[in-house]
Ligand binder design. Structure first.
Ligand code: ATP
Ligand code: MG
Length: 424
């Protein structure tokens, strides 16, 4: 029968790759805890309306990338394409936003129907960080410094650039939008089809276009930074002053707008040239209007999300990989039913006595020779052998597998202590 394959763009993460993922995820989780951020988890499926209303009807994500379907009740559901909308929904629904400050993070798969390629998948993974209830540039700066510290810890700082912009409050954006439409209307027939359509529906999305001809037309377009009002400017200056004081360098990118409608004021991206076209590994910004837009009370908010596949690729490309660890420290070999039964309880007692030691028991029998081969492959430092003779004397043979070869017999009762002194 024909084998059933996975869905295109939805990858398996295999055991050989999971140490890298675990390293990345645990490094991020530990760092976030050090800044006082708490984890929140929410469903992968939401009502389609949630994403339409937050991300915006006229965006790449909502127009062409969402996995939307009717469930058995005829309700329109969507596999989450990002986490911010769900996070806001969950926080508001559970009363976490009322007169409170929240510093939160989440991790998990996101789904977008894009053309799969290196660093671009249909099921990909993000860690998102969101804060609520703080309207000053201090928290924007904290989020950016936190992400910078993460790159430092991962050893990839040198490959990443911080791009920063302010897209102003909605009044500033309104004035700018008009100026942009006036400018681009002169070149309407030279714009790509998507951008032509967006000239009427969502002109600022055009700035984010990936079509080179459109990008070329934009080089002389009016700049958002010239349209910022005083309050937006003050917020941005406050952020820049804080980053300067912290010694963090950044590039001002007046065309940075982000592909989601809910952003205002601060937007930023961490980009690299090491991954080809998919160069943004982390992106975020302020979204003070979103909570209210989703039916809650006006609540300032700012956050970002990082793409874990791209970070894994970057760690691999830069060879900034974690130290590889063996599958086992101790591998237990036994031959014959009676020895196997004794070995099982021996393995359990070792795990009781030595919580930090990885004990792998040979299962499935086999000759001593084939068991030693497996022991060697496991990377274990020692093999503990329980044969008929050993069992008769309540002893084991401990064979050192790495470095100086060495082998000795000891009483089973002394084994844990012996391993502790020689291995730990
Ligand atoms: P891009 O411009 O690359 O399409 P985006 O602006 O759509 O990215 P966001 O929605 O801001 O991306 O998501 C934040 C991060 O999630 C991105 O910077 C990227 O690292 C990652 N990401 C987004 N889409 C994908 C995808 N299809 N596959 C893998 N990672 C992704
Ligand atoms: Mg995208």
């Amino acid at each position: 029968m024909a084998r059933i394959q996975s869905i295109r763009g939805m990858n398996d993460i295999l055991p050989e790759d999971s140490p890298l993922w675990q390293y990345l995820e645990s490094t991020v989780a530990t760092l976030l805890a050090r800044y006082g951020y708490r984890e929140i988890r929410f469903p992968i499926l939401e009502q389609t309306e949630l994403f339409k209303r937050s991300i915006g009807e006229v965006t790449d994500i909502v127009e062409k990338e969402m996995y939307t379907f009717e469930d058995r009740n005829g309700d329109s559901l969507t596999l989450r394409p990002e986490g911010t909308a769900s996070c806001v929904r969950a926080c508001d629904q559970n009363g976490l936003l009322h007169n409170q400050v929240q510093r939160l993070w989440y991790a998990g798969p996101m789904f977008r129907h894009e053309r799969p390629q290196k660093g671009r998948l249909r099921q990909f993974h993000q860690i998102g960080v969101e804060t609520f209830g703080l309207n000053g540039p201090d928290i924007d700066a904290e989020l950016i410094l936190l992400s910078a510290r993460l790159w430092q810890q991962l050893g990839i700082s040198d490959a990443l650039t911080l791009e920063l912009n302010s897209i102003g409050n909605s009044e500033s954006r309104g004035r700018y939008r008009q100026a942009l439409v006036d400018y681009l209307s002169q070149y309407k027939d030279q714009l790509d089809a998507d951008s032509q359509r967006r000239l009427d529906t969502n002109p600022m999305r055009i700035l984010d276009s990936k079509v080179p001809e459109t990008q070329a037309l934009l080089s002389d377009a009016p700049l958002l930074s010239d349209y910022l009002d005083d309050a937006s400017k003050a917020h941005f200056d406050g952020l820049c002053a804080r980053l300067d004081a912290a010694g963090l360098s950044y590039t001002l990118n007046p065309k940075l707008v982000r592909g989601l409608d809910y952003y205002g004021l601060t937007v930023f991206e961490w980009t690299t040239t090491a991954l080809g076209a998919q160069g943004t590994v982390c992106a975020g910004g302020r979204y003070d209007g979103l909570v209210q837009q989703l039916g809650g009370k006006a609540t300032p908010a700012v956050g970002f999300a990082m793409g874990l596949e791209r970070l894994c690729l970057l760690l691999e490309t830069l060879e900034a990989l974690p130290e590889s660890k063996p599958l086992a420290d101790v591998y237990i070999i036994a031959n014959g039913e009676a020895c196997e039964i004794r070995a099982l309880s021996l393995a359990e007692s070792l795990r009781d006595a030595l919580p930090a030691v990885k004990v792998v028991l040979n299962c499935g029998g086999g000759s001593f020779k084939s068991q030693f081969k497996k022991a060697d492959k496991s990377g274990a430092a020692v093999a503990v052998v329980l044969g008929e003779d050993e069992l008769a004397n309540e002893q084991v043979t401990v064979k050192v597998l790495r470095g100086e070869p060495n082998q000795q017999q000891l009483a089973i009762s002394d084994l844990a202590e012996h391993i502790k002194t020689t291995l730990l």
